[in-house]
Design a binder for this molecule. Structure first.
Ligand SMILES: Cc1cc2nc3c(=O)[nH]c(=O)nc-3n(C[C@H](O)[C@H](O)[C@H](O)COP(=O)(O)OP(=O)(O)OC[C@H]3O[C@@H](n4cnc5c(N)ncnc54)[C@H](O)[C@@H]3O)c2cc1C
Ligand code: FES
Length: 312
């Protein structure tokens, strides 16, 4: 909002009210939209200031319209030159359905970010990542947030292997994009319809038992997958980072909605995370908290569906 007011004030100063109005209506315009699966859409959005400041690991809070709910989405790519950020949204309820229902040329009413701490490796000095070996494990829509991290690390001379898992082949995303930045990409599906049959931890264990060595592992996906990654990788003594998608409201450390227990202490995922040491997270509590508003969410989605269907 602050940025919007600043831009508006700047243009008004030059007495060009028509241009100022244009900025207001064109803020956060969707310039590209494509479906990666029937329930996951990718959007490239105009957001020059966010694109300039964004780092891997950070997220945005978006409201589709003035009456919309604030929902957090990871910055899956950013281009400071073009002034755009890319988001990937999975339809799981009312707000994500409204977002995916928007089209090219439409604009989000607001987008706050970049929020959260950037991934720790972005803070290392130049040259420190050269030759380091990373293992990334992405599950479902969690694969997209891995992309900017792998892109950044590869650019710094690190070597990245990526495991992408999904329930079946129609739910796999970002496999080609990942191949363009990673050293090796391993695909697996629960039903064997693409890649290796089985879950991501099975592939990770096969690689590690086969003699692969990694300095660090990163897992992003459903909470249950991150829990099992932590149980599995602990045996191999590899540092593990996970990104927590707890319920968020303000995204700035003020409301407490996103609190999680990490290392026995209460932490706010929005301001102190979303990335934490994967061996210290209380996953069971985090999963319970994610489901706190399930009944209200189902009702809201039913209302949203009938409204959208009524429009068509
Ligand atoms: C840091 C962070 C990054 C995320 N990145 C992505 C992403 O890149 N792509 C993506 O598809 N999803 C991402 N999510 C999850 C996304 O925010 C939720 O799917 C979305 O808020 C669901 O809203 P809804 O109204 O459509 O669904 P609802 O029906 O309201 O909820 C469905 C489920 O979504 C989760 N959820 C609901 N409201 C929130 C909220 N305010 N904050 C967090 N989770 C919520 C809950 O687990 C809930 O059970 C991220 C979450 C966090 C915290
Ligand atoms: S979302 Fe409010 S404190 Fe984190």
């Amino acid at each position: 909002m602050f940025i919007l007011v600043l831009r508006f004030a700047n243009v008004c100063k030059n007495a060009n009210f028509a241009a100022a109005f244009q900025i207001l209506i064109n803020m956060f315009k969707i310039i590209r939209k494509t479906y990666l699966t029937p329930s996951v859409c990718l959007m490239e959005v105009e957001a020059p200031r966010i694109a300039m400041a964004a780092k891997p690991g950070q997220f945005l809070i978006i409201r589709a319209n003035e009456r919309g709910e604030r929902i957090p989405l990871t910055i899956c790519d950013y281009d400071a030159v073009k002034g755009t950020v890319t988001i990937v949204t999975q339809i799981v309820g009312a707000s994500s359905r409204i977002i995916c229902n928007m089209g090219t040329g439409e604009s989000f009413s607001d987008m706050a970010g970049p929020l959260g701490r950037p991934s720790d490796f972005t803070l290392l000095p130049d040259g420190a990542l050269k030759g380091k070996r990373y293992l990334f494990i992405g599950g479902g829509v969690g694969t997209a947030p891995i992309f900017p991290q792998v892109k950044y690390l590869s650019g710094q001379g690190a070597l990245c292997d990526v495991i992408i898992g999904a329930r079946n082949s129609s739910l796999l995303i970002f496999t080609e994009e990942m191949k363009s930045v990673a050293d090796n990409v391993f695909v697996c599906t629960d039903d064997g319809s693409a890649g290796e049959k089985g879950v991501v931890t099975k592939v990770a264990e096969r690689l590690l038992d086969g003699g692969k060595h990694y300095d660090h592992a990163v897992s992003i996906g459903p909470m249950i997958m991150m829990k099992f990654c932590s149980l599995s990788l602990k045996k191999y003594n590899i540092p593990l980072t996970v990104s927590l998608n707890s319920i968020m409201v303000d995204g700035t450390g003020m409301c407490g909605a996103c609190r999680v227990t990490v290392g026995g202490k209460t932490r706010f995922a929005c301001s102190e995370g979303p990335e934490f040491n994967g061996y210290e997270v209380n996953y069971d509590e985090a999963m319970r908290r994610q489901k706190l508003y399930r009944n209200q969410e189902i009702e809201a989605d039913e209302r949203c569906r009938s409204k959208l269907e009524g429009k068509q």
